[in-house]
Ligand binder design. Structure first.
Ligand SMILES: [Zn+2]
Ligand SMILES: [Zn+2]
Length: 551
């Protein structure tokens, strides 16, 4: 249909993470974000990505990818996509710097990067785009205003309406209102992360004084603060509190060090050289003059804080001189890892401070009052809630209805939905793959089948049964050799394996006596005998691997 705009949602609608959408006019496509999701309890899976096959099939139609900000759920998929296709990437200077580090690590070269400044206006393919600043928990986030033949489409990006952000860079509702007054905004796509929470998100600048107070209160102690390495404004406030309490700042963890360096180079983080010491200096610094900022606040097993909690860090042993502040909140799914980490630190003697006690953290996403203000400002004709767990999308849908939007004007979409915007409004047209693509540490795909095998093995273990048959004589050449892992207690294993071997012998000899020589049938017999014994006697369902040979 001429002049229509097609929106394709490849990730981020239904579960938080792996945000990726495509906007299309007459076969010319602009991508919006390209993120990953961190897997929970998926053995051997390092990242969960959108299914890029829809994009790759259309690679010659892609004009570029706009990256709204530098969080993993918006940039983490890029190295995987850019291995397959080469397209220009648009983003703010900080966002592009974070992306470059990822591409360097992945050995991807030659990608065109286009820097966007606040209020820039750019033609990207068929779209006339204007980029407005938004406040979020990483610097230089951008809202995109797309002018299209179907009217203006606003994508909020992850945002909050913080009146006092640390860098003074507020979400530009003034310009947004101007645009909305100039021309009715056709469609709003907006962040739903906190749509289920009433009120307003606490301002980032309220966290600094709380940290400072804790630093003072634990004056004789070494302070260790765990935070997100992309949360430059939090790191600024940690550094400021350190300065006020005469502490030297030590940055631990490769990603924290990389981001601090980048943000200082870009002038987004103001810490003087004299304030910073290297990890090697920790031993020579007195606890009361030290503030360590590190990664690992989500219980990530390889992060600096995890090493400290296991007393495996090269430069520091945690003890009763340490106060550890969790300047973050566990992302849903990470709660138990964080609680284990806190236990270990407490066990070593550290004092703990976390957001359950005092306000050492605030969200980067706006709550209901802020969302309502965005809706009031934009006053869109049509609305699609994006960026959220499905319940968040529903909460945001209901908020729009409460504000007075007609149900037909709001489309509740999920990953894989394709929506057509025409003169008559929004219409779901078809489904593309919204599948979650699992990737291992080497970047190879992990199939659902492989994952299920791993999950079964991890819960039930396996039994290997090796049977060697004398073909001519129709007898077993030796007793079946049985091995197992993860099935029964190792201390009782031998007894069980002998029993399995015995019952396989009986079953296989019985069919051999009847003249059976077919390997797969003998194998099935060995499996059945083992399975029966295992389930009757232990009630378990380990993976059975019969190996039959004929000699
Ligand atoms: Zn974000
Ligand atoms: Zn996000």
């Amino acid at each position: 249909m001429t002049n229509s705009v097609t929106l394709t949602f490849l990730g981020g609608l239904g579960r938080i993470g792996r945000n990726c959408a495509a906007l299309e006019i007459e076969n010319r496509i602009v991508l919006l974000d390209c993120g990953q999701m961190f897997p929970e309890d998926l053995p051997g899976v390092d990242a969960v990505l959108p299914d890029f096959s829809w994009i790759i099939e259309r690679s010659d139609q892609i004009e570029g990818c706009i990256i709204t900000h530098a969080h993993e759920d918006h940039i983490g998929g890029l190295p995987h996509l850019l291995k397959e296709i080469s397209i220009p990437i648009y983003g703010s200077k900080f966002t592009l710097g974070m992306i470059q580090a990822k591409l360097d690590y992945a050995g991807i070269r030659g990608i065109e990067k286009v820097e966007l400044k606040d209020h820039d206006r750019r033609q990207i393919g068929p779209f006339d785009c204007e980029f407005l600043p938004v406040t979020h928990s990483t610097p230089s986030g951008l809202m995109t205003v797309f002018d299209t033949p179907q009217g203006t489409i606003v994508h909020s990006s992850d945002f909050k309406l913080d009146p006092t952000p640390v860098d003074g860079r507020t979400t530009d509702l003034v310009r947004l209102r101007e645009i909305a007054e100039d021309r009715r905004i056709r469609l709003l796509l907006a962040d739903s992360t906190n749509a289920g929470s009433s009120g307003k998100t606490v301002s980032e600048s309220e966290i600094g004084p709380v940290l400072e107070e804790i630093f003072f209160h634990h004056q004789s102690q070494r302070i260790i603060v765990a935070a997100f390495s992309s949360h430059i404004h939090r790191i600024q406030q940690i550094a400021d509190a350190a300065k006020k309490t005469n502490r030297t700042l030590v940055v631990l963890g490769p990603s924290m060090q990389r981001n601090v360096t980048l943000a200082r180079e870009l002038g987004l983080l103001k810490i003087s050289d004299q304030m910073i010491a290297s990890p090697e200096d920790i031993e020579s610094l007195e606890p009361e003059e030290t503030c360590i900022v590190c990664t690992g606040s989500q219980g990530e097993p390889r992060a600096a804080l995890a090493l400290l909690a296991k007393n495996e860090h090269r430069h520091l042993d945690i003890g009763k001189n340490d106060t550890v502040i969790f300047s973050s909140h566990p992302i849903p799914g990470n709660e138990s890892a964080v609680s284990r980490l806190q236990n270990n630190l407490a066990f070593l003697g550290a004092r703990l401070v976390h957001s359950g006690q005092v306000q050492v953290h605030t969200s980067g996403h706006g709550k209901q009052e802020e969302l309502m203000e965005l809706h009031e400002t934009v006053n869109p004709e049509l609305f699609i809630p994006v960026h959220g767990e499905y319940t968040h999308l529903v909460d945001h849908y209901e908020l729009a209805i409460r504000r007075g939007m007609n149900e037909e004007k709001v489309a509740l979409c999920t990953d894989g939905d394709q929506v057509l915007l025409t003169d008559s409004g929004l219409k779901k047209i078809e489904r593309v793959s919204g599948k979650e693509i699992m990737i291992d540490e080497q970047g190879s795909r992990v199939s659902e089948e492989l994952l299920q095998e791993r999950q079964k093995l991890s819960g039930e273990g396996f039994i290997l049964i090796r049977v060697i048959v004398d073909e001519e004589a129709g007898v077993l050449l030796e007793e079946p050799v049985v091995e197992s892992r993860g099935w029964v207690e190792p201390s009782n294993r031998e007894e069980w394996l002998t029993e399995v071997s015995q019952s396989v012998t009986n079953a296989v000899e019985a069919v051999l006596a009847k003249g059976e020589r077919d390997l797969s049938k003998i194998s099935r017999q060995a499996r059945r005998a083992t399975g029966q014994l295992v389930s009757e006697r232990t009630g378990r369902r380990p993976t059975l691997i019969p190996v039959v040979e004929m000699r």
